[in-house]
Design a protein around this ligand. Sequence first.
Ligand SMILES: [Zn+2]
Ligand SMILES: [Zn+2]
Length: 365
Amino acid sequence: MAKDYYQILGVPKTASTEDIKKAFHKLAHQYHPDKASGNEAKFKEINEAYQVLSDKNKRAQYDRFGSADFQGSQAGPDSRGGFDFSQFYRGEGNNGFNINFGDFGDFGDIFGDLFGFKNTRTNHKTSNQGRDLEISIKIDFLTSIFGGEQTITLDKLVPCPSCQGSGSQPGASYSTCPNCGGRGFINQVQRTMFGSMNTQTVCPTCEGEGTIISQPCSKCHGEGRILEKQSLTIKIPAGVSNGQTIKFTGQGEAGRRSGPSGDLYVKVKVQPHPRLKREGDDIKSTVNISFRQAALGDKIKIETVDGPVVLKIPPGTQSGQVIILRGKGVPKLHGYGRGNHLIEVRVITPTKLTKEQREALEKLD
Ligand SMILES: [Zn+2]
Ligand SMILES: [Zn+2]
């Protein structure tokens, strides 16, 4: 069950932004972990509620879906997997450390602890990370069954070949940032409703790097990465089905200045086969046989994913009967073995008969 954020803050659903803010301040004051009356879990819950209800868009979404799971509401595939605190509490448009609490900025330091944003270094890593990429491709039916390779082209940020991703002009040197002394962050004393507090913010001079480049690379302007059209040959696993997504770790955008790369997510669209259908790990098809073949039996050639196969029709086969070819289905995606190929036999009843044929058939009764 989703939490009732209104109840947590003790406000009606119709509460104004101002009321919500007031309620939050009162409760935050009461449950602040540094206080004798403090309660960290409660405090966290209050904050969570406030983060949602104080944001017009988030509140509207919460009202509509009754959930704190804002999956899909955030840009980029980073939001996959639902509610991610690190994403949620991080302000937008900065590199992650200036936690954007809105009115809650007073508590910056405390939340740094609660959510693991203690120092810039940990954070810094994420801010340098390249973004994930998502594309979709079409593959043919047999490639989905047996796997294969496919070459894709995509525009993505790749490490700058000129500076090997460092962002520094070849031969130029790094020096310690004079603003932060190489720490990547600066301390600030803030006066808050609870008294003075030390907060740390990312150093604006070096953007958290701790070092500054004396001469940025002229090709990438110090980013360490450039946009390029790239051809990539990817492996399609055997047994992949329509709509599935394959993850290629580290094949997303290159990180800033040799930061870690994002991942590549490839969504697969399987083109249908004109005669073979897939159902789970099984393949299904139909075959038409004559009345004579049904009655007397026969050997006929049929199409399978492995190519043509001779199928034995036993004498006395009924229309609608299914013949199973074991192990001629789809290889199991995670494991061994294959599904089966199920062939539905349809007996075609003759519509025009010669006199001799008619007499022969009449004898059957
Ligand atoms: Zn460069
Ligand atoms: Zn600095």
